[in-house]
Design a protein around this ligand. Structure first.
Ligand code: RIB
Length: 300
């Protein structure tokens, strides 16, 4: 029987990254520096981060019957992550990524197979033994909604990283326990004509729909943890960032892994902050994610 298992449902991509001094403007051709290719996609990154942090992970995702899909399958079998692959007959998702000398990135994704997932790909039996489910938005919204609904019916805690930013229907938010947007995504969640900040408006909307915690990631400034009766700023770490790709995914994966391991929310946010700050100091997404020994070596 799988106990306290984390189910991650999300995208898989092949990331094609060029490192350059600065990001190009419209119509401009730049000569860049090093090129690298690796496994990415918000779902894949989150599953890998959670597994490195010690969680038992099942990852449900879509890939193509192509060489990128083969690379992704091979990677996950080495990482000891249980996988449920959907192969809808489209090419594996691809992300074109540019990273400048300050570690700032710009990303465009051709979603391919990710966009061809359907709600029936998520079987109710998948949730057995899972205590937590982690979702992001690089897969179709009906799939996210169906997963969140079935997860709640199965008694799982649902964590949603609403990235890339998208309008979030009330029907979805009613099934989410913990929402983890960044500063940009929280603005999309907040729709208010009152004189309140975007954070307050988003929190009010989410809590009115039954949400339990809104955790806004703030990069080096840490994370703002909002709950119906209290707010807390969990400080971040100022570190030399060389590549921020996947830092948000690392945060979400480690947060979910820590909660599945029974840690309190504040403690889980502190560990997630630490892991994300370590990840930005190395190039790449998954290659930069820390191990559980590194993350949990000291108290949060
Ligand atoms: O969050 C980073 C990820 O966004 C990259 O790995 C890329 O694939 C895109 O999905």
């Amino acid at each position: 029987m799988k106990q306290n298992r984390l189910l991650v449902v999300g995208s898989s991509n092949l990331d094609l990254t060029i490192y350059c001094d600065r990001l190009p403007g419209p119509g401009e051709t730049l000569l860049g520096g090093e090129f690298s290719s690796g496994i990415g996609g918000k779902g894949a990154n989150q599953a890998a981060a959670a597994s490195r942090a010690g969680a038992e992970v099942t990852f449900l995702s879509a890939i193509g019957n192509d060489s990128s899909g083969e690379q992704i399958r091979a990677f996950f079998s080495k990482e000891c992550i249980e996988t449920l692959w959907v192969t809808p007959g489209k090419a594996t998702g691809t992300a074109i990524i540019l990273v400048d000398k300050n570690g700032t990135n710009s990303i465009v994704v051709a979603p391919g197979a990710n966009a061809a997932m359907v709600p029936d790909d998520v079987d109710s039996a998948t949730f057995h033994g899972c205590s937590h489910v982690l979702l992001s938005l690089e897969i179709p919204m009906p799939v996210v909604m169906e997963t969140a609904k079935k997860a709640r019916e199965a008694g799982c805690v649902v964590i949603l990283n609403p990235a890339p930013a998208s309008a979030l229907p009330d029907e979805l938010l009613r099934c989410v326990n913990i929402l983890v947007p960044n500063e940009h995504e929280v603005g999309v969640l907040a729709c208010s004509d009152r004189s309140e900040s975007a954070h307050e408006a988003a929190a009010r909307r989410f809590f009115n729909l039954g949400g339990e915690a809104l955790i806004i990631t703030l990069g080096a400034d840490g994370a703002k943890m909002m709950q119906p009766l209290q707010d807390e700023l969990v400080p971040g770490f100022v570190v030399p960032a060389v590549d921020t790709v996947g830092a948000g995914d690392c945060f979400c994966g480690v947060l979910a892994a820590s909660l599945a391991a029974g840690k309190y929310l504040t403690e889980a946010v502190r560990f997630a902050n630490r892991a994300a700050s370590l990840s930005v100091q190395e190039r790449g997404a998954i290659p930069s994610f820390p191990s559980k020994e590194t993350i949990f070596s000291e108290p949060p």
